[in-house]
Design a protein. Structure first.
Length: 261
């Protein structure tokens, strides 16, 4: 009947996640529901976008990705549906769609036109958004329940600062293993490096001067950097928690210096 993934900040201790799933299953009893995560920090659309951008490619085309971040009803609330790379995304038009798209364009983009059920005024995720996700999962056109949108709300993220010899970025994500992921992409790194040696600088005057291919390329407890599954420069410790041990937190500065011969 279709696949719907869930990415939310609902956590696991309350009834909200169960209510959302119950709403979806009531509409589509045979749907395949997949939890991507319910542990996004409250209202953190940047963190949600990082998770989704790295996860959605692994699902079959046509999958519906329901985004439950900052969806609470407001007077100017707008909820959207987007088709991108043959996947569908449903959520609040709060900037997350523009982050997922990056420099790309959506294949289709619609504002959801479903009447809010006043019983669920404070929980549109289990009403308007779950109805839209189920509609799409059935294979129905977006235009049946929406009006075309030109552009989603633009959310501008801080980009790395680049010179001929440096890239100054920041920590954009810390995973459950304590690996510290920056906003410096592999493409940007290679474009500026041009085959030169480099030195990665971060907190406490720590440095790393070579790229690893995998985490156990260095002895246990040693730090390393590599381009992991996210395709962004990552600082890690083999069998250790890099964020805690190196004192690196969200938004901390990291800088790559390229060395001329």
């Amino acid at each position: 009947m279709g696949v719907i993934t869930l990415t939310t900040d609902l956590g696991h201790r309350d009834f909200y996640q169960a209510a959302l799933k119950g709403s979806i299953i009531s509409q589509l009893p045979h749907v395949r529901l997949v939890d991507i995560t319910h542990e996004i920090p409250s209202f953190d659309i940047q963190r949600a976008a990082v998770v989704l951008r790295n996860a959605f490619h692994y699902f079959p085309k046509g999958t519906v990705h329901l985004i439950g971040i900052d969806t609470v009803f407001q007077e100017d609330s707008r909820y959207a549906m987007m088709k991108f790379e043959d996947h569908f995304f449903v959520g609040a038009d709060n900037g997350i769609f523009s982050i997922i798209l990056g420099e790309h364009e959506a294949q289709e983009l619609f504002e959801i036109d479903i009447m809010q059920d006043l019983r669920y005024l404070h929980f549109p995720l289990a009403d308007i958004l779950s109805k839209a996700a189920c509609h799409i999962a059935k294979g129905e056109p977006l235009a049946v329940i929406g009006q075309p949108m030109d552009k989603p709300l633009k959310k501008v993220l801080v980009q790395p600062l680049v010179t001929v010899n440096t890239i100054k970025g920041h920590v954009s994500y810390i995973d459950a293993f304590g690996n510290v992921i920056s906003n410096i992409s592999k493409e940007l790194f290679n474009d500026i490096q041009k085959g030169r040696a480099f030195k990665l600088h971060f907190k406490r005057n720590e440095t790393i001067s070579r790229l690893s291919w995998h985490y156990n390329e260095v002895p246990e407890g040693e730090k390393l950097c590599l381009f992991g599954i996210s395709n962004f420069l990552e600082i890690a410790i083999n069998k250790g928690h890099a964020s805690r041990l190196l004192g690196l937190q969200q938004d901390e500065v990291v800088m790559v210096e390229f060395l001329d011969d």
